[in-house]
Design a protein around this ligand. Sequence first.
Ligand code: CP
Length: 306
Amino acid sequence: MRELTRAQLVALFALASDLEAGRRRPARALQGIVVLTAFFEPSTRTRLSFESAAHRLGAAVISMPDGRVSSVHKGESLADTGVMLNSYADIVVLRHPADTSLDEIRATRLNIPLINGGNGCGEHPTQAMADWYALLKRRTELRRTDLPPEQRISLGVIGTPRRMRALRSFLLMGALHFPHVLRDVTVVSEDPRPLDAELEAALRGASLPAVCTPELQRHVSRFDVVYQNSLTLVGNEYEVFDAAFRIDGDTPLKPGALVMHPLARLDELGTDLDHTSHNLYFDQAEGAVFVRQALLLAVAGRLDRE
Ligand code: CP
């Protein structure tokens, strides 16, 4: 999250928008590039949207969709795996259940670009890029850097950001790069300390008032944006947290409020919102292909190719 500046994110979003609108069609820009998706955890959206993005740019794609079919399952270290990947690919997208996986795979001599597709409870930065892209696309006035305070959004985060990487990265990207969009942050969680030290420091650094509470009903009707999740990794297993905080058609949402979710959803998000204007979660998933195309072009150093 800290490797990109706000200006770089805005430039990537502008490119993603051009790609989405068909103003740019660089169908062969990544010709000769091999993109490897190495996923040691289940995924639908992240892996497939990266692979779709790579194919749409003319890259070749090789995939390890399940860590159990790699030699890591036989005991090989991620560091040794990283050395091998240098010879087989030009860009790696890694998802792994360990927070430390990025450091481990880079530990020896991985010398090709590495994109984090989600590391344990750590970060999911390309999800946050897709999320902020979707939000700024739907609420175009939020792109202004001189947004008056009364137009800024009250953000409700439902879940436990310190254990849920998509929530964590959305909040971190907001505090670090888009604080002028936010008026205040309310974290609704079963956990009495749902934020970690890094998140607390980022919110403090952005002078954003933040409240943590277990009371959804008391706060929900003043949120302009609700970002929700319930799945989290504990070790190698998924557990459900905060699922009692259900958002559905009976929730007294503010008119115009947007509901965001990284998906996959369980019972915490009602399908009866799918066909309402509150639904931003499908936009998040759909726009991810264009955001990931823009990122791959930037990482490959081929932004100027048609
Ligand atoms: N949002 C997200 O990371 O979804 P997947 O787990 O399906 O990739």
